[in-house]
Design a protein around this ligand. Structure first.
Ligand SMILES: [Zn+2]
Length: 297
């Protein structure tokens, strides 16, 4: 059951207007703002695409040659998914470990074998019946960092993982939508808020669990929000009150710390970085990370 919609005073001046990133102007010259109703994404008549439709046929029609099929088959959980047991596994070891989780072909149901295909370097799950190879590619998580009246909108998770912890509204990008559309949809689903995206703020890769986060700066189109089904609460936090000890994921910790640093410096930037778990730390410890390869505009 949804809680009552909170009505807030609108902000005439947002800190985000100082963002240096200017969206490309369209023929109408307006900023990035989609008119589509975020709910339309879930229309029952809307076509839905499975990632398995992203198939590449082999150049050769030799039946013995494995069919390479690219799939976003990573763990469907968000960042708090358990990591493999070694603290710092190599990409090759990770590939082998994740491919061994695939015991049956997702296209024909046949049993898989786990081998390094000809011409490749990593172990893959290969169907023993149809020959297709199940490639596992990283998933993209998209979300919004929303400022209103010099506060940030956070949602309290009503689902696992990280139940009861705070997060920016964010979730998995769907096939058929852009990163920006996905971020707006997730914001609607988790905070029942319509937003205008202002500019990209951060891309954060987490190679260990095969995820890339893209977080956009945004503002509320209307001063309304309320918890969606995946949230138990939504609140605006002043910057000094952001609950860093109760944040859900290291990606959120990094994003909000970068944001606070930018605000302190007086200029918002675009950030890229790689989040790596510190060896020997718990995968559920959102503060046990290093931010590597940090670049900023
Ligand atoms: Zn098969």
């Amino acid at each position: 059951m949804l809680k009552a919609i909170q009505v807030l005073s609108s902000s005439s001046s947002s800190r985000l207007f100082g963002c240096r990133w200017k969206p490309l102007t369209t023929t109408s010259g307006t900023a990035i703002s989609l008119s589509a109703n975020p709910l339309s994404h879930h229309s029952t008549t809307a076509p839905r695409f499975k990632s398995s439709s992203l198939s590449l046929r082999p150049v050769s029609d030799r039946s013995s040659e494995p069919v390479r099929v690219y799939s976003t088959g990573s763990d469907p959980k968000m960042e708090a998914a358990p990591s493999p047991s070694p603290p710092s596994p190599s990409p090759t070891a990770l590939s082998a470990a994740s491919s061994r989780k695939i015991n049956f072909c997702q296209w024909c149901g046949g049993a898989t074998k786990h081998e390094v295909p000809d011409g490749e370097e990593k172990t893959r799950a290969i169907c023993t019946l149809c020959g297709k190879i199940a490639y596992q590619n990283p998933k993209m998580v998209v979300g919004c960092l929303i400022e209103h009246d010099n506060k940030i909108l956070l949602c309290k998770r009503n689902i696992q993982p990280s139940f009861g912890l705070w997060t920016l509204p964010a979730g998995y990008l769907e096939v058929g939508e852009s990163a920006m559309e996905g971020a707006m949809r997730e914001t609607w689903e988790e905070a029942q808020a319509e937003v205008e995206v202002l500019c990209p703020f951060a891309q954060l890769d987490i190679p260990l669990i095969g995820q890339t986060y893209i977080i956009f700066l945004a503002k509320l189109k209307k001063p309304h929000f309320s918890p969606g089904p995946e949230s138990s609460d939504c609140q605006l936090f002043s910057l000094e009150d952001i609950p860093f000890d109760s944040l859900s994921f290291s990606s959120m910790v990094v994003t909000l710390k970068l944001y606070l640093e930018d605000v302190k410096s007086g200029r918002l930037k675009f950030h890229y970085g790689t989040i790596n778990k510190r060896p020997g730390t718990s995968p559920s410890d959102s503060h046990a990370y290093t931010l590597d390869n940090h670049m900023q505009s």
